[in-house]
Design a protein around this ligand. Structure first.
Ligand SMILES: [Zn+2]
Length: 319
């Protein structure tokens, strides 16, 4: 009997590389994970990926020719014409020919995609079964990434770097952002920026209920703690968190008015680690948006967790 053709999805993160053997219906049959050896540069990570691919199919007892495709999700800018990774800040890569190298090493057709695009696509196709034609993915972790599906296709812009929702300006005089601009959505609502605002006040002697929430472990403070302290009435965190809610609502309002999506999918560590953020931002959006722009708009949490990007990458080249 002929084996069902399988795919392999890879998600290269700054700290770990996750790989999965995936069947045609988008189920991850087998997972593997290694720590990213980013310090030794591109060749070392490339070899790690090659080993992961080989181990996945040999441990599953299937032959290489049963793998029809490999999809790789990676942070950074990717030239879709040449599928070269132009720039990946968390890996310190520029102009690396990963597609070419993995195809050469494995003999399997390989595809590279930006991780947030892949995550949005994976969530849409498998988490939400392709429902809705116009979908926005917003991933809030340390920073904010965005992905757009317009008319059932991933929208990349004219040079493949569109959909940078995290860097739309919400306040021209606002907090400085790592991208060099001021007042970006990310600078207001990105996890590391939120935690830093709380940490600065702790460094200046603030305690309040926040101190009890983190049990004095300032280094481990994250956005979820700030929400937790806000929910228990901490003064500083109430101030910080109300700003986060307001700016998230403002960002949603702009996105809704611009794109009139049917579905907004929220993922990332800050979304997973908070209880009411999305529910509290929604009314802010609704108050400000044009009514028709948000009529019937669904706002949902991501459903696939860590598998979204690797699943998306494994299937995107079909489009
Ligand atoms: Zn920015």
């Amino acid at each position: 009997m002929k084996e069902e053709p399988m795919r392999i999805g890879i998600d290269i993160g700054g700290t770990k590389i996750a790989a999965g053997l995936v069947n045609q219906s988008g189920q991850v049959i087998r997972h593997k994970k290694v720590k990213t050896d980013a310090r030794n540069g591109y060749p070392s990570v490339r070899d790690q990926i090659h080993r992961l691919v080989r181990d996945l199919f040999s441990e599953a007892g299937i032959k290489a020719d049963s793998i029809e495709r490999i999809g790789i999700a990676c942070a950074g800018q990717i030239d879709q014409r040449t599928e070269t990774i132009l720039f990946s800040p968390n890996l310190n890569w520029s102009n690396v020919p990963l597609k070419h190298d993995i195809e050469g090493a494995t003999g399997i057709e390989t595809f590279i995609e930006n991780d947030v695009n892949a995550g949005t696509y994976g969530e849409w196709k498998f988490g939400f079964h392709g429902e809705s034609s116009n979908v926005v993915g917003i991933f809030i972790g340390t920073g904010i990434g965005g992905g757009l599906i317009l008319n059932r296709r991933l929208f990349r812009g004219s040079h493949g770097v569109g959909g940078e929702l995290g860097h739309i300006t919400l306040n021209p005089h606002g907090y400085p952002c790592k991208c060099g601009n001021r007042g970006c959505f990310e600078a207001y609502c990105g996890g590391s920026y939120i935690a830093n605002r709380a940490r600065e006040q702790l460094a200046q002697g603030y305690r309040g209920k926040l101190w009890d929430v983190i049990e004095g472990r300032v280094d481990e403070l994250h956005a979820g703690h700030v929400e937790q302290a806000y929910l228990s009435g901490d003064d500083l965190c109430t101030e910080i968190w109300q700003e986060v809610i307001e700016y998230l609502g403002v960002a949603l309002q702009s996105i809704a008015n611009l794109l009139n999506p049917e579905l907004i999918i929220f993922g990332g560590g800050v979304v997973a680690g908070t209880k009411r953020l999305i529910d509290e931002a929604r009314p802010v959006m609704e108050r400000r948006a044009m009514q028709a722009s948000v009529a019937g708009l669904k706002i949902e949490r991501a459903r696939l967790g860590n598998d979204a990007a690797l699943l998306g990458a494994a299937f995107m080249m079909d489009e």
